[in-house]
Design a protein around this ligand. Structure first.
Ligand code: PLP
Length: 401
């Protein structure tokens, strides 16, 4: 079978003609031996890069002992990870699942349960334009992308949409509606094009205030922004607020699938056995991966590294690209950086392969950089040099072509 033969796979992805045999640190190695700088990190997943020795040793140890038992029993690794996440966030408890959409699905269900205890029978959750929360029916409905939703109607009831970073329209809803139970958003929108609020601290503070005044829940989807990526463990920590519900996944297991929904005390109080569950959720292997990720991240100050290297990368990009007319904006926080073009730039993903780079384009015009948090100065220099060459090709082929 040809290595790029996908005849037996459902046709859900457009893929680049490359596959990798192994990885080390910031680098992925293709089957022909050529190496690529991984500026995508499995879409903000490979927090520790590839084949991190301490991570591998810990996982090996866990696999030899125990991979899976059942949530019918106590699970030590799950308790440890929950305790760690609670201590980092000052929230109350954690529900474990296996992915970002599941973490958000649980967030939506818990919010509805909380609403039902308040006797709200037709609850609505305020969600944002250009948001991305996942592909299950509830999270797809919450997602602000008509293309992703098309063909899957009927969507769920109970969601209303406002623009991101727009407080007045939420204040208007608060004046006119009495069935709202929550606001759900990403503190920085990932798939939607690395959209950052004008002032993340003020935006979250305003949202918190509206939620408190109206007894709504503030749900933060930190699936992409979490685990040190923006320079804080969670992006909400750039502000002084604490959300009521927070979802995490992606980078939490450094590649081992895991999702987590963190809840505060008042949400914890409405949950009881039998209300929600997951066969795999929080199994010993996934939680060990989570515990190892957090330990290695803290021991090596990777959050701080994300902040420092992110600033450096953002500055270099701003300097190097400022004269290019087809670049609209460069933005982001920590190692979550978007370069917005004035034209479609999807082709950059495949063109980048010839320059030894793995990059991603989201929302058609935004190059998204979400590399592992271990990135160093040398790799940033390499990236800048190769990206410049890539843009030269892009100018020849697309801008002037
Ligand atoms: N929420 C956010 C903010 C995301 O970026 C994603 C994935 O890109 C998801 C949820 C869905 O996560 P998953 O693909 O693990 O279901």
């Amino acid at each position: 079978m040809h290595k790029f033969d996908n005849s037996f796979l459902a046709n859900t992805y457009g893929r680049l003609p490359i596959s990798f045999s192994h990885g080390e640190g910031m680098w992925l190695y293709a089957e022909d031996g050529k190496k690529y700088l991984d500026m995508l990190g499995g879409v903000a997943v490979n927090t520790l890069g590839h084949s991190h020795p301490q991570f591998i040793a810990g996982l090996k140890d866990q696999i030899q002992k125990l991979i899976h038992t059942s949530n019918y029993y106590f699970i030590k690794e799950q308790q440890l990870l929950a305790k760690e996440l609670v201590s980092i966030t000052k929230m109350k408890s954690v529900f474990f699942s296996n992915s970002g959409c599941e973490a958000n699905e649980a967030a939506i269900k818990f919010a509805r349960l909380y609403g039902s205890k308040k006797k709200i029978t037709e609850p609505e959750i305020i969600v944002m334009e250009n948001s991305f929360h996942g592909r299950t029916m509830a999270t797809l409905t919450a997602t602000g992308n008509r293309k992703a939703q098309a063909g899957f109607e009927p969507l769920l009831k109970g969601f209303m949409r406002v623009a991101f970073d727009d407080i007045p329209s939420i204040q208007n809803i608060a004046k006119s509606k009495n069935n709202v139970i929550a606001i759900m958003l990403e503190p920085i929108q990932g798939e939607g094009g690395i959209n950052t609020p004008h002032n993340i601290e003020n935006y979250l503070a305003e949202l918190r205030k509206i939620c408190d005044e109206n007894d709504w829940l503030l749900i933060l989807d930190e699936v992409q922004t979490g685990i040190g990526r923006t320079g804080k463990f969670f992006a909400f920590q750039h502000s002084k607020i604490i959300p009521d519900i927070l979802s995490s996944a992606k980078g939490l297991g450094s590649g081992v699938p895991i999702g987590a929904t963190l809840i505060n005390e008042k949400v914890s109080n409405v949950i009881e056995p039998g209300k929600h569950g997951s066969t795999f959720g929080g199994n010993p292997l996934a939680c060990r991966a989570g515990n190892l990720t957090i330990k290695i991240l803290q021991d090596n100050k990777l959050q701080q590294n994300a902040m420092i290297m992110g600033k450096k990368l953002l500055n270099l990009l701003s300097m190097q690209l400022k004269s290019k007319g087809y670049i609209k904006e460069i933005r982001g926080l920590g190692l979550m950086i978007g370069i917005e073009f004035t034209v479609s730039c999807y082709q950059l993903m495949s063109m980048a392969l010839s320059k030894g780079l793995l990059i991603n384009v989201t929302s058609e015009r935004v190059v998204r950089l979400v590399p592992p948090l271990i990135i160093g100065e040398e790799e940033i220099s390499y990236f800048m040099q190769q990206f410049e060459l890539l843009l030269k090709d892009f100018e020849k082929e697309v801008v002037n072509g």
